[in-house]
Design a protein around this ligand. Structure first.
Ligand code: FPP
Length: 253
């Protein structure tokens, strides 16, 4: 996929985030402002997903994680959950060939087994078809919650200790990371949240230890490729110190 994006917008290719994670918020408010049903906000939000996946691939982001459905979202009205599942299925089927053509691999983080069987089947088909793609990893966080992820990881480790596959001394930060859904992925360098809310909402809590966070006031259905690029430019201007001091300054914290 050829693109002039990097040249046109002066993004520095050597300072691109390897992993961008997005909390796609504001679909409901977008619909409410237009006196529309919330589901129409999600539908419009799916269009934004398409354009941001394409943009991320063009720009050269290695991993893009989208928070599409949380463990808490099951508590929404049945009709909204059903509509969201339908939209997901539609997206996964309609984007299958595009993902393949653009060398994007689809992966799910979260409780995939809790999704309706027909959605799981389409996900499995797209994951299998794109398994060898290596230009970008697209993670959809579905029935995802950090606390569930960490609890499951702790249980898996405990079981391995019980069966003597591991010993107590083997427990390290790397071992814990290796038992999360994001095993073998870089931690997110940048987490974007739309709709002006300042919270992480149970998203990648372990992995976000040193993530840069950007809050946009834009509601997700209105979020554009241009704003995405502006945010990446802002990221490139930040001084990431990981708790240390930088070479250029001695009074950083
Ligand atoms: C938050 O907005 C958004 C969600 C809970 C779902 C995100 C889903 C999509 C963007 C569409 C389907 C996804 C894919 C991958 C095709 P909200 O409903 O909480 O908005 P509000 O805070 O304004 O009510």
């Amino acid at each position: 996929m050829k693109s002039n994006l990097i040249k046109d917008v002066i993004l520095n290719p050597s300072r691109l985030p390897s992993h961008v994670a997005i909390i796609m918020d504001g679909n409901g408010r977008w619909a409410k402002k237009r006196l529309m049903n919330r589901v129409l906000g999600h539908e419009q939000g799916s269009q934004t997903v398409r354009s941001i996946v394409t943009a991320a691939r063009e720009i050269g982001i290695g991993t893009l994680t989208l928070y599409a459905f949380s463990t808490e979202n099951w508590a929404r009205p049945k009709s909204e959950v059903k509509a969201l599942m339908m939209l997901l299925k539609k997206f996964i089927v309609s984007e299958r060939q595009t993902l393949l053509k653009n060398n994007i691999r689809l992966n799910i983080i979260g409780q995939k087994h809790k999704l309706p069987q027909d959605v799981q089947n389409e996900i499995d088909a797209t994951m299998a078809l794109t398994i060898n793609n290596d230009a970008m990893l697209l993670n959809l966080a579905l029935s995802y919650g950090s606390r569930e992820e960490i609890t499951t990881a702790v249980k898996k480790i405990a079981r391995k200790i019980e069966s003597r596959e591991l010993s107590f001394e083997d427990i390290t930060q790397d071992l814990i990371s290796d038992h999360l859904y994001t095993k073998a992925m870089p931690d997110p360098d940048l987490i974007i949240r739309t709709s002006g809310e300042y919270r992480l909402s149970n998203f990648l809590l372990w992995q976000a230890a040193y993530s840069e966070i950007y809050i946009s006031d834009t509601l997700w259905p209105d979020f554009t490729k241009d704003e995405f690029i502006e945010i990446l430019k802002n990221f490139q201007e930040r001084d990431r110190r990981f708790g240390k001091v930088t070479c250029s300054t001695s009074n950083g914290g």
